[in-house]
Design a protein around this ligand. Structure first.
Ligand SMILES: [Zn+2]
Length: 225
């Protein structure tokens, strides 16, 4: 599966950053003394509980962006995430490329994701499109559905390495106040077992967060409504 981080690269330089009303967010607000750790693509019967245990052990809180199709298969894991003090948002219903898809397709995917999340008691505020492909159609459809689109400022690229230290170092390079960090509690759309690499990188990531005088909070806490 090809991972296309199109808009992340885009986010470094395009006028998208300056779109009126902040159509898309890459980081928290200026002056924050915290970061948000986020996990995409779950829930996964093995990965999600393992990530939750490690977050507990390290005293970190995080925000999960589950895929509605996976939530339908494992609804109990969403309750587990919430019960352990984390936040749950939405990664859409189907994990498909948005590039080339029209507003109607995206709007339908978002609406059905909201419905599935509602069935497990979650009313998402944030939406992260598959592969970070925040196209114009995506941004418009998300806003019409009352969601705020969020990407990330720092990521592990866990699918590209088997070394947790590389994942931690990559995140550390761009980690500072108001960072939004992307990791995964699944390997469904990357490389087999990649969540284990991200999981093993968590202690080092926690250490960097603490060393830089920051805290790990949920996305809602990092960016109050
Ligand atoms: Zn994803």
């Amino acid at each position: 599966m090809q991972y296309v981080p199109s808009t992340v690269a885009l986010g470094q330089w395009t006028p998208l950053r300056a779109l009126p009303g902040g159509l898309c967010r890459w980081r928290g607000r200026r002056g924050a003394d915290a970061v948000a750790l986020t996990f995409d693509d779950g829930p996964h019967p093995e990965a999600t509980p393992a990530v939750l245990d490690e977050l507990d052990r390290l005293g970190l809180r995080a925000t999960f962006f589950p895929l509605a199709s996976a939530v339908e298969a494992h609804p109990g894991l969403v309750h587990e995430i919430l019960g352990r003090g984390h936040e749950v948002e939405t990664h859409g219903h189907r994990h498909l490329h948005h590039l080339g898809k029209g507003p109607r397709w995206v709007a339908h995917d978002i609406r059905s994701a909201i419905e599935v999340m509602g069935s497990v008691g979650v009313r998402p505020r944030w939406y992260r499109p598959s592969y970070g492909q925040a196209t114009a159609a995506t941004l418009v459809a998300a806003r019409a559905a009352g969601l705020e689109t969020v990407l990330w400022s720092s990521w592990g690229r866990e699918w590209a390495t088997e070394r947790p230290d590389e994942v931690a170092a990559r995140i550390a390079r761009r980690l500072g106040p108001a960072s939004i960090v992307l990791l995964h509690d699944s390997d469904a759309f990357g490389s087999p077992g990649m969540w284990r690499v991200g999981l093993a990188a968590l202690p080092a990531i926690a250490e960097v967060i603490a060393r830089r005088g920051l805290r790990a909070v949920t996305l809602d806490e990092l960016v109050p409504a």
